[in-house]
Ligand binder design. Structure first.
Ligand code: HEC
Length: 125
């Protein structure tokens, strides 16, 4: 009979292959890689976002990030180019940037919210 051998040994080999390939591709194991970050940033930049919604969401950011100029220890985000802004938030969300407040803030932002915030702040000065 022609077909896939179903011996235990073959199945063990298949399992080993799967485990090894998953280990070789962090994305498959549910971890974050540079590729994932890049893909997330691309996807968010592709969303057609509403700056007015971003302005609404961004109200809470202004407690720390002043409308213009940097406060001590807090970078200015008004006027940041969208790609820089989105990358920063995606990295905080993934835990790749080390700031507790920003990690917590970014963790609850969905892609469309990040896109809207980026559109708003890029246009702000
Ligand atoms: C409690 C204060 C606080 C709040 C609220 C806050 N941030 Fe931040 N944010 C910071 C600090 C402090 C940093 C710099 C942290 C660091 O050094 O990584 C930062 C960094 C950033 C950066 C990276 C800037 C850069 O050029 O690297 C972005 C983008 C940003 N915040 C966006 C936001 C947005 C959007 C919101 C609202 C949804 C927000 N932040 C709310 C304190 C805050």
């Amino acid at each position: 009979m022609i077909g896939w051998p179903t011996t235990g040994r073959y199945r063990a080999w298949l399992t080993a292959c799967f485990v090894l390939s998953a280990a070789g591709h962090p994305g498959m194991a549910g971890q974050t890689s540079a590729d994932n970050i890049e893909a997330e940033v691309e996807a968010i930049l592709a969303i057609s976002a509403d700056p007015a919604y971003g302005a609404y969401l961004g109200g809470e950011c202004a407690t720390c990030h002043r409308a213009s100029g940097a406060a001590p220890g807090i970078p200015q985000i008004a006027g940041l180019p969208r790609d820089h802004f989105v990358l920063a938030l995606v990295e905080y969300r993934a835990g790749l940037r080390d700031n507790d407040v920003m990690r917590t803030t970014a963790a609850r932002l969905k892609d469309d919210e990040i896109a809207a915030l980026a559109a708003h702040f890029a246009a702000a000065d």
